[in-house]
Unconditional design. Structure first.
Length: 217
């Protein structure tokens, strides 16, 4: 094993350790969270973020499924538009980088964001925002034609995680936590609704979609 390869291996290990520590810290900050919606077995909480005008959201739900099934849904690009709230397009750019386009109602402009999605363990997907200007050349070459995202606004922040825990042979607990900044000029009322609607509708649709798959099988 050469020095360059050894360095890359250790950097990857350190990255995973730091991401795991971040997730652990966020999961145990219960005293900072305010429950704002709790219905249909889905609980949505908000937390203030130091230095930001936008609150972090966390959605938690029980779903009848196997953890592997949920993770397949979370990591498969083609499934995003089927259940993810406002997800219009989700494209893999290679090496765990992804482009997501969110469909916003007129007269608002659609938003796009680039993230790097990494499995920190078998059932935890860490999502880290990557500004377009910092995207590696190889992934930049995989972006759609410029005309396809002309007029859209790049989000300033979109970082968080999905965590899936198998509770028993038939049920999992799913946590979706995110800090997002849509950028641009969006009315506060729209943003506040989105912060609650995003995790609630995403988890509700995920549950329904998984149930549909189970019925087909």
């Amino acid at each position: 094993m050469n020095i360059k390869h050894q360095t890359a291996v250790w950097l990857n290990r350190i990255t995973v350790m730091l991401l795991t520590l971040f997730i652990s810290t966020q999961l145990h900050a219960d005293d900072l969270w305010e429950v704002v919606r709790n219905e249909q077995g889905i609980e949505i909480s908000l937390s203030k973020v130091s230095g930001s005008n936008y609150k972090m959201f966390r959605g938690e739900a029980m779903i009848s499924a196997q953890a592997e099934t949920i993770m397949a849904m979370l990591t498969h690009p083609d499934s995003c538009s089927l259940w993810r709230y406002k997800c219009k397009t989700f494209i893999s750019l290679g090496d765990s980088y992804h482009l997501m386009i969110n469909d916003l109602p007129w007269p608002l402009s659609d938003r796009f964001v680039i993230t790097r999605n990494i499995l920190t363990d078998e059932f935890t997907l860490q999502i880290t925002h990557v500004p377009l200007s910092e995207l590696p050349p190889e992934q930049t070459n995989n972006l759609p034609d410029h005309d396809e995202h002309d007029g859209m606004i790049e989000m300033d922040e979109y970082s968080g995680f999905w965590k899936v825990e198998q509770l028993n042979s038939d049920e999992v607990n799913v946590i979706f936590q995110m800090q997002a900044n849509p950028a641009g000029s969006i009315p506060a009322a729209v943003i506040n609704n989105g912060v609650v609607n995003n995790p609630f509708n995403s988890l509700l649709s995920l549950r329904k979609h998984v149930a549909t798959l189970s019925n087909v099988n």
